[in-house]
Ligand binder design. Sequence first.
Ligand code: F6R
Length: 611
Amino acid sequence: MCGLVGYLGSKDALPFLLEGLKRLEYRGYDSAGVALLNEGNFSIIKKKGKIANLEAELPEKNLSHAGIGHNRWATHGEPSDVNAHPHQANSGNIVIAHNGIIENHLEIREDLEAKGIEFKSDTDTEVIVQLLDFYMKENPKVFFTDAVQAILPKLAGTYGILFLHKDYPDTLIGVRNGSPLCFGLSNGEFIISSDVIAFATYMPQVVHLEDKEMVIIEKDNYRISTFKGAIVDKELENIDKQQTTASKGEYDHFMLKEIYEQPRSVLRAIRGRLLNEEGNTKLGGINMDVRDFFDIDHICFVGCGTSYHAGLLGVYLMESMARIPSTAEIAPELKYRNPIVRKKTLYVGISQSGETADTNSTLQEIKNKGGKVIGICNVVGSSMARMTGAGIYVHAGLEISVCSTKAFTSQISAIYLLSILMARSKDMSIHAGRRLVKGLDEIPQKISQILEQKDRIREIAKKYSHFNNFLFMGRGNNYPVALEGALKLKEVAYVFAEGYSSAEMKHGAIALIDPECASIFICPDDNMRTKNVSNIQEVRSRNGRILAIVTEGDTEICDVADDVLEIPATEPELTPFLTIIHLQLFSYFIALELGKDIDQPRNLAKSVTVE
Ligand code: F6R
């Protein structure tokens, strides 16, 4: 959410800023802008809309060696040229770009306005630059860095901020408090960004800032300090290129490419972690051994959106396989009801990006209360991975599509591995363990078989593309899949869809059933099938339109549903891996049919770094 990029070095800053912004565009695309320091003055170019709009306005040649850029996902103030970042102080001396929210912006604004400062934008961000400007005017002898340090305690909320001052052409400052910030360096050149992918191709190493740290880059040197000025020593970390480069290749959209990557991404998540003979799994990164499991009597999965849905499936798996009472929590709901943190609960944070503010701040709250926290995360070195210090990397590779697909199947891979591991330390027999491990091993190949049905799924999606209301229904392990399927459709096709337990339908949602409402039943051959068939019949009797996802050869359901999509037979516990693939493709093809902006759906952004 919002992309920040800054450059300081001996080369022309603009190409680096532009390339960085393009790579970060999936994080926010309401507006974009750059500020370049040219012979003692700033040139600022900002445009509403996508980077292409900004690019059309940029000069062909530019000789600036210092600059900052920003992709915006609007929080305060509508998307517009004026509200786009970077923002400049009234004196013209300072420019900043900001990711996050300044919660006390109204207070600061009113205070500055009372002192005669005029504001140009509706953003919370502008208060930072005007406050700094005012402070430097009041304290004419203060150095730029000291002034930045002096105003930070006045800002409440979360932020990653980049600062440039025209009288300090060789200084670029970045500060972090709750919004990610890192920088790369190579031969006296520096690029600082909210995400390593902005500079991964130019720079081999990265330094991640932690909260309440700042970096002061000066010519070919840098120093990191706390907000209070204490110097911090940090290791340079090598950048994992696999995690940071992506192209659409032969696919029209990242979403489709990432759906197609799933046989490989699931394989990467489980590879080396299955113990066929022992009917067990191994997970080195959780820093727990089998004896530690005796002390766990409750698992709490914590996440948002798709990651929350993965956690909800975790509840079904942990309870049915490992017989450990479990819950799944939408992260901020847990945080703000003041969690009762228990010694014997294992808290499992789930996040693709590892940068979701709601999830990270909840995990931090749990840690502060002494809870045991691990993470299931895709991005190596992300804030969540560093905060938890233990967990499971899912190795899905870079996910660019705002609508998450391969992250989900990778996250549930990790959850199946963890569930089997814990189950085997409790009641699960070696035979049951072997059956599941073998089943997991076969999943990548079975996902490929579904992907081969692309044309059929597309044809069905076309038939359903005129519906304005969808109910996605499933039970047991496929209830979380129903929620996830509905989320996919809402996100990319902007069609109203609700995920529902098919068991719960008759308690209310059945009132919606008529020929204009499409019911998508997830009804594989598992222990819920018979009950699901009854629920399908209930919809049929009310003239509802039914698409059912079934296990191949289920002729009974073929007879009652209007349309069916088939998954290959698998172990009953593992069907979510396969049913979700149909739903991802179904949503993709409906969005395609409706002509939506699939990789950058309106109002959304990848990685929500504000609460
Ligand atoms: C859905 C989607 C979001 C994310 C959610 C959490 O397609 O992308 O719902 O799942 O914002 O993001 P992470 O997993 O990065 O914490």
